[in-house]
Design a protein around this ligand. Structure first.
Ligand code: DGP
Length: 115
């Protein structure tokens, strides 16, 4: 079962550079990195985007994703200098893969506004 390329990564049907995994989340390096460290944190269950999230229903999962982001940031040694978390939702935000993911970006100074 799985609708996107990320489901195939979860099921090990296609390779990815996996850096962190728990029962509920998986983290792997983005194939098109936009910063020295660019890692995607995804839930193992299929949720297309932020639009389908509810704070109450998914609070545990969201907490797990944030914990994973902090753990990976520490592992990648970008936690002290700082990092950015990005969730693209829908066409205007440029979402390409409709399996919820947090981009963890770090290792360089970020610009603001993001463009
Ligand atoms: P977004 O635009 O927020 O939907 O970002 C999707 C990201 O997923 C984009 O930065 C590229 C990355 N990506 C797409 N396909 C693959 C893949 O097969 N493997 C990996 N590691 N990353 C992928």
């Amino acid at each position: 079962m799985g609708n996107t390329i990320f489901s195939k990564i979860i099921n090990r049907e296609i390779p990815a550079d996996i850096v962190y995994e728990t029962d509920s989340v998986l983290a792997f390096r983005d194939i098109k990195p936009q910063a020295p460290t660019h890692i995607l944190i995804i839930p193992k269950i299929e949720i297309p985007s932020v639009r389908e999230l509810s704070g109450k229903e998914h609070s545990q999962l969201l907490g797990d994703m944030i914990d994973a982001a902090n753990a990976v940031a520490k592992k990648e040694k970008i936690d002290q200098d700082g990092f950015r978390l990005v969730l693209n939702c829908g066409a205007n935000a440029g979402q390409e893969v409709y399996h919820l993911h947090i981009h963890l970006l770090g290792g360089r100074k970020m610009n603001w506004p993001p463009g």
